[in-house]
Design a protein around this ligand. Structure first.
Ligand code: PLP
Length: 405
């Protein structure tokens, strides 16, 4: 039996935490160089703190959280998630339909593992949060990427989705609000996606981890709320909205018509039991975290850090010759377009690597999000304004003479 192999199941999958850019960043850090990391959506290193009541809540409950919980989570947490579903108009959710997870990440892997047989296809957005593609691939499936259209505020291109549905397609993934584009999808778009799922008997997976990080008065609609008949799995968590990415606190909720997915749900229950349970101390903060769900965080309003940083980076990018960007409406990412012809960019990963070596700024190339053309990259705009200003100046300086060799 051959155990060692040079290739891995993930060889053809992009993942932004691996690859030559990260290898170079690690080398530079080991050599004592200071780099500015604009590559990962982790609020804590940028002086964002978790709300005090959350920390108190977890600390006070540590003694209650020593043992395994029910594999889907403690009742108190699931009751709070149920109320959140009611607030989001997701109908008919019972406690049994709710699974807590070690972050949304664990649950993304779980739903694909339980669903896919070799060769099954899943429609995944391009650009995507790359864990989705990786999880489909690891489960033996094929991620088929549908285009989100920059010219249409980065909304999914419904016709492209429709064209890519085959008899092997099992599900559609949407990321709304979106990482990396910051787009929030309007109801009309969601209705068309739901209709595609309905017509083709597909499962909907909706990643809504940024649904409490909205700006400009935009409202978020859960696709499950407008498609109560379509079997939908909705994902959410506290990593971003409560700045506790390290606590690994997420959940998923099943809704819609379950009559044809009984076997799949049994599989999910089995997978949920196999990992015993999610991090129990984190489950204790869910009730507190979800108590003020209709209150907009001050950080997202004019004068607040995320809002002002978004305004700055959006204007700065659009004022650099050869760059342009759609204004993000949610989360803390922007996905600028770079004029590949002007800078002779044939390889976007090399562009990001060149910037890292010369200016010590770490970004992720568009290909890291399964964007095919070498003409985009993502900036995480979590650092404070003065840091972002310096980064924008350095990028402008770098691009004033850049021609890819
Ligand atoms: N989904 C999206 C769209 C994300 O951007 C992220 C993290 O960046 C995750 C899921 C993973 O979140 P968690 O920390 O809950 O695992």
């Amino acid at each position: 039996m051959k155990v060692y192999s040079k290739s891995s199941k993930l060889d053809n999958v992009c993942y932004d935490i691996r690859g030559p850019v990260m290898d170079e960043a690690d080398r530079m850090i080991a050599a004592g160089e200071k780099i500015l990391k604009l590559n990962i959506g982790n609020p804590a290193p940028f002086a964002f703190c978790a709300p005090e009541d959350i920390i108190r809540n977890m600390t006070e409950n540590l003694c209650n959280a020593e043992g395994y919980s029910d594999s889907k989570g403690i009742e108190e947490a699931r009751l709070a998630i149920k109320s959140y579903c009611e607030y989001k108009n997701i109908q008919g959710v019972e406690l049994n339909d709710i699974y807590t997870g070690n972050g949304v990440s664990e649950l993304i892997a779980m739903v694909m593992q339980g669903l896919l047989n070799n060769g099954d296809e899943v429609l995944v957005p391009a650009p995507d949060y790359p864990l989705w593609t990786a999880s489909v691939t690891l489960a033996g499936g094929k991620a088929v990427h549908y285009i989100c259209d920059e010219k249409a505020d980065w909304y999914p291109d419904i016709e492209d989705m429709r064209r890519k549905i085959t008899d092997k397609t099992k599900a559609i993934v949407i990321i709304n609000p979106n990482n990396p584009t910051g787009a929030v999808y309007p109801k009309e778009i969601l209705e068309q996606i739901a209709q595609l799922a309905r017509e083709n008997e597909l499962i909907l997976f909706s990643d809504e981890i940024y649904d409490r990080l909205l700006m400009d008065g935009v409202k978020h609609t859960s696709i499950a709320s407008i498609a109560p008949d379509v079997f939908t799995v909705t994902f959410n968590g506290l990593s971003k909205s409560h700045m506790v990415a390290g606590f690994r606190c997420g959940w998923m909720v099943l809704s819609g018509d379950k009559s044809r997915v009984g076997g799949y749900i049994e599989g999910l229950n089995m997978l949920s039991s196999m990992r015993l349970c999610s991090n129990v101390p984190s489950q204790y903060i869910i009730k507190t975290a979800l108590k003020d769900f209709d209150k907009t965080d001050k950080l997202l309003l004019p004068g607040g850090r995320i809002y002002e940083q978004r305004e700055f980076i959006y204007n700065a990018i659009n004022s650099i010759d050869g760059l342009s960007a759609v204004k993000p409406k949610a989360a803390f990412y922007i996905f600028p377009k770079i004029d590949a012809e002007k800078f002779n960019i044939k390889d976007d990963e090399k562009f990001v690597l060149d910037l890292l070596k010369e200016k010590k700024i770490l970004l992720v190339h568009g290909g890291g999000f399964h964007w095919e053309k070498p003409d985009h990259f993502r900036i995480v705009y979590l650092p404070e304004l003065k840091v972002l200003k310096k980064a924008a100046e350095e990028m402008s300086d770098f691009l004033s003479s850049y021609k890819q060799q």
